[in-house]
Ligand binder design. Structure first.
Ligand SMILES: [Fe+2]
Length: 286
């Protein structure tokens, strides 16, 4: 009887704990200093929302972003779950509110890229979704660069849509050293260069290409995190992914990996709270 009670209490405790980790996101603030920035500015980065809703119609998430009042909102991919069409509607409704807060720039994750294939289930609903997202005024970037305003700074914002081979399950497919340059051209040398690239497995490549800061998601913090060790498994089923979360530094370049806001397939987060990134951009000597 005592053993049964302990098991029952442990099960209830686990369910409550999981509910808390899965439904209470935290705000992680990162600071980026650069001589290429003239004025202070801010952004929020949303990664891997996967059609999740914090409160009714994402009210809690939207309220948090309103309180940050960023100059831009950057999406580092996977706003939806490719196989669940109903997540497209949640993503669209959230984007419809986000554009009222600040300009929104939307880079693709594997869930969006997969749906560009005409053979895929939900290809047509996805095309309709993207059309409606663009009609909202969201700037959808596939693989391209645009000069954009970041507060009073002019910066170069690039998005790299990785081909699906780079999301192969169970292994990290080697990337040709010239891959990013071949697709995007060279980085901006004079202006501050931001890159949206969903998969953090190629973090060094993004820094080597020349991005001052890259924003990634994809790994969901590894679902389960062991304190002091890091993440256990990526959504690509690679074990102990090298780049799982946080502000990684490669010389003076940053690659910031979000633990993401949503989940799919395995709705588990252990020592791995969902997160919204708040980025503070600062001039070098401020
Ligand atoms: Fe992803």
């Amino acid at each position: 009887m005592t053993v049964l009670l302990i098991i029952l209490l442990a099960a209830v405790g686990y369910i409550l704990w999981q509910k808390w980790e899965l439904t209470k996101f935290q705000v992680t603030t990162c600071q980026i200093r650069s001589p290429k920035l003239q004025k202070q500015a801010s952004a929020v980065v949303i990664a891997d929302l996967h059609g999740f809703s914090y409160g009714r119609e994402n009210n809690r998430l939207l309220q948090q972003i309103r309180s940050i009042n960023p100059h831009v909102i950057l999406i580092a991919g996977d706003m939806l779950v490719s196989k669940y069409e109903k997540t497209y509607q949640t993503a669209w409704k959230t984007l419809a509110e986000l554009v009222k807060i600040a300009p929104v720039y939307y880079g693709y994750g594997n869930h969006e890229s997969r749906l560009k294939d005409p053979e895929r289930l939900n290809h047509l609903p996805f095309l309709q979704y993207i059309k409606q997202v663009q009609e909202l005024g969201v700037h959808v970037l596939e693989t391209e660069s645009r000069q954009v305003s970041l507060g009073e700074n002019q910066v170069m914002l690039s998005a790299l849509e990785l081909e699906m081979t780079y999301y192969e399950k169970g292994r990290i497919v080697p990337m040709e050293p010239s891959y990013i340059k071949d697709r995007l051209g060279g980085p901006e040398e004079e202006m501050f260069q931001i890159l949206l690239a969903h998969n953090p497995a190629y973090a060094e490549y993004y820094a080597q290409w020349g991005a001052d800061v890259t924003f990634c998601g994809h790994n969901h913090g590894g679902l389960i995190r062991i304190p002091g060790i890091g993440s256990v498994i990526s959504p690509q089923y690679t074990l102990f992914p090298k780049y799982d979360a946080g502000d990684l530094r490669f010389g003076n370049r940053h690659v910031i990996v979000s633990r993401g806001l949503g989940t799919h397939t395995f709705h588990v987060r252990i020592f791995n709270r969902a997160e919204l990134l708040e980025i503070k951009f600062l001039p070098e000597n401020s």
